[in-house]
Design a protein. Structure first.
Length: 73
């Protein structure tokens, strides 16, 4: 199955997944396209200026470490 999100769903795809409702394409093109590498779970969208996709691994690497005395809730 193709993984690129560059257009609308074809009739065969809609039938295959039981998608009944037709959604019109956006009125203007997307400015910030989804990265071609990885999956949707590898990124978060940062809403600054025009927006950008940021890898979760970068966010985790920059985070403060969890203290050794931390306890679960």
């Amino acid at each position: 199955m193709p993984s690129d999100l560059q257009g609308g769903l074809s009739e065969s795809t809609r039938a295959r997944f039981g998608i009944i409702e037709v959604v019109d394409p956006p009125s203007k093109p997307y400015i910030t396209l989804f990265p071609k590498e990885g999956t949707a779970y590898d990124y978060k969208f940062v809403q600054e200026e025009n927006g950008r996709w940021e890898a979760w691994s970068d966010t985790v690497a920059a985070a403060d470490p969890i203290p050794k005395v931390a306890s679960p809730l």
